[in-house]
Design a protein around this ligand. Structure first.
Ligand code: FAD
Length: 267
């Protein structure tokens, strides 16, 4: 690890000022950033710890006028989402997704903001952000969840922009199913299915460079919200990830299997 200046601001405004320093980096739960620093793959001059900023914490039920659902602060740890009675009541699929992230240590440290800002192609939260018609609020603006993820490890965030919270809309029914890497628990393929009245959203993570919607699945499920409605449907293997864990063809196969499991779990 290279030497850096550690800062722990207590307001979002102070963090926004501190991050303007050249080569400064925001620190969430540190689960991705700290290993990067330890391996000397990054050399920030300043590390801005977001952990002492009350505005970035907490889980609230969103006002009906805002479409209902949940507003979750960026510095909310995965374990807090997994164990929250409010999340279990309003969007149980989100609590279940958080419960399936990594191991206990990772869930106790990793944060929602860090996860979506990092935009790992195998991370679980991006599927919920897209399927649950979310809005990401930063210190500068609101970004639709549909526009937030722009590529592998890439987002719509500008340099130094801080994720403040994510508002997830409340679906009538939803579930997340993932085929996980047995070692890291990251998604080899994860599918989040959410139904809002006549509209169905199917967001796929792990399969490609970035989360995407399976629109043919959405049309079929909007007409008939049963796993059988997906019989004969699949996504193109072309362009999907292929690595030591799974080929592109296998990932394409898993998308249909996980989507069916999610529909069955949503009930
Ligand atoms: C062993 C292991 C297993 C894992 N398994 C899974 C898994 O199964 N599923 C899964 O989804 N994830 C998994 N993860 C990832 C983990 O859950 C964290 O979500 C991820 O490491 C990033 O979150 P963090 O809070 O630790 O962010 P950090 O590591 O602190 O930061 C990551 C990046 O986000 C930036 N950042 C942090 N907070 C903000 C903010 N509020 N606004 C803007 N930028 C910000 C940082 O500057 C940095 O670039 C795993 C990680 C490990 C180490």
């Amino acid at each position: 690890m290279y030497a850096f200046t550690y800062q722990r601001p207590t307001t979002l405004a102070d963090a926004a000022t501190a991050i303007q320093a050249e080569e400064a980096k925001l620190l969430g739960g540190g689960q991705t950033l700290l290993p990067t620093l330890k391996q000397r793959l990054a050399r920030p001059t300043d590390l801005i710890d977001l952990g002492a900023i009350p505005e970035l914490k907490g889980i609230r039920e969103a006002a009906q006028g805002d479409g209902g659902g949940l507003e979750i602060g960026a510095f909310t740890r995965h374990a807090e989402v997994a164990h929250s009675d409010l999340v279990k009541r309003v969007i149980p699929a989100l609590a279940s997704l958080a419960e399936g992230i990594g191991d206990r240590q990772v869930r106790n440290m990793g944060t929602l903001g860090g996860s979506i800002a990092n935009a790992d192609p195998s991370a679980d939260y991006p599927s919920a952000v897209v399927a649950l018609k979310s809005v990401v609020t930063t210190d500068r603006r609101s970004i639709s969840g549909d526009d937030f993820f722009t590529g592998m490890f890439e987002t719509a965030l500008e340099p130094g922009e801080i994720v403040k919270s994510v508002r997830f809309s409340r679906p009538d029914k939803a579930a997340y199913a993932k085929f996980r890497n047995p070692a890291s628990r990251y998604a080899i393929v994860g599918v989040f299915v959410a139904r809002f009245g006549a509209e169905v959203r199917v967001a796929v993570t792990g399969a490609a460079g970035s989360v995407f919607r399976a629109t043919a699945f959405e049309t079929a499920l909007a007409a008939d919200f049963r796993a059988e409605a997906l019989n004969g449907l699949s996504v193109e293997a072309d362009g999907l990830n292929a690595d030591i864990h799974a080929s592109a063809d296998y990932r394409a196969h898993l998308v249909t299997v996980m989507a069916k499991r999610a529909v069955e779990a949503a009930g």
